[in-house]
Every structure is written in structure tokens, then in C-alpha cells.
Write a protein of this length. Structure first.
Length: 143
């Protein structure tokens, strides 16, 4: 029973430490000059659905969510929405798509019409870095 208590306390301590890292205002530092960008499609492109989006990153590496490694993060794709609060974990919904597996490309279904897309890098807890590593917002037309 003592072994289970020790294991439970260790798990609680790890959870508490992880929760503390995810709290508001506690952002992971990004190296100077780090930049996220969208390789494809190009801004102003007319595309068909599903839309293939290729993510780019300079000055940092990509690592799966939950991986604690300096100068890394994982991508979030912001679709038809403003950037989220930089002091909170990125929401997970149709407008805020998570790529916590370390993916650098996706194909998404979008309805015909004009759409905006933007990348936001998140740390191991899905919280944007400080300073935030954000791509330019681009506009595409889905036919």
C-alpha cells in the first residue's frame, strides 16, 4: 500500500507541475527570430477542397505536444478566426486545429468561398510561446 501511495503522490506532483506550467502568464520562451510560415497554399490562391496546407518553421524544431524540449513546439492552424488569448492553451475546435503529433502538413475540408488560415506554434501544453511564433494570416479561395 505504501508503494501505491508513493506512486499516487508522484503522479499528483507531476500533474501539479504540468498544471502550473499551463497556467496563465507562464509562457515558454521562443528563441529570437523564430518564425512560423505557410509553405502552401500561397496567399490569394484558389484551391479545391480538401485543401492541403504545408507548415513551415524557422529557428525552432517541431515536437509532439507534451514533449519538454527546449526550442520546440507544435503547430496549431487557425481557420477563419482571430488569434486566441496568448496566455491560455489554444482552444480545440473547428477554428483552432491542433497538430500535437508534430505534423507539418494536413489536408482539411473547407466549404466553397473565402477563408483565412494562420499558424500558431504552441509549447508542450498548447500555450503560445513568448514571443508568440505566428505566421502571417493568408486568404485563400476554395472553389
Amino acid at each position: 500500500m505504501t508503494r501505491n501511495l508513493v506512486a499516487s503522490l508522484a503522479a499528483l506532483a507531476a500533474f501539479t507541475a504540468g498544471s502550473a506550467m499551463a497556467s496563465a502568464g507562464d509562457r515558454t520562451m521562443a528563441p529570437a527570430g523564430a518564425e512560423a510560415y505557410i509553405i502552401a497554399p500561397a496567399d490569394g490562391a484558389t484551391v479545391s477542397s480538401p485543401v492541403t496546407i504545408v507548415f513551415g518553421l524557422r529557428g525552432m524544431g517541431v515536437a509532439p505536444a507534451g514533449t519538454e524540449k527546449a526550442k520546440t513546439g507544435h503547430h496549431h492552424l487557425i481557420v477563419d478566426a482571430p488569434l486566441p488569448d496568448m496566455d491560455e492553451a489554444v482552444p480545440a475546435d473547428d477554428n483552432h486545429r491542433h497538430f500535437g503529433g508534430g505534423q507539418t502538413e494536413t489536408a482539411i475540408e473547407l466549404a466553397p468561398g473565402e477563408h483565412t488560415i494562420q499558424l500558431l506554434l504552441g509549447d508542450l501544453n498548447h500555450i503560445p510561446h513568448d514571443p508568440a511564433v505566428i505566421s502571417n494570416k493568408i486568404t485563400i479561395m476554395v472553389k
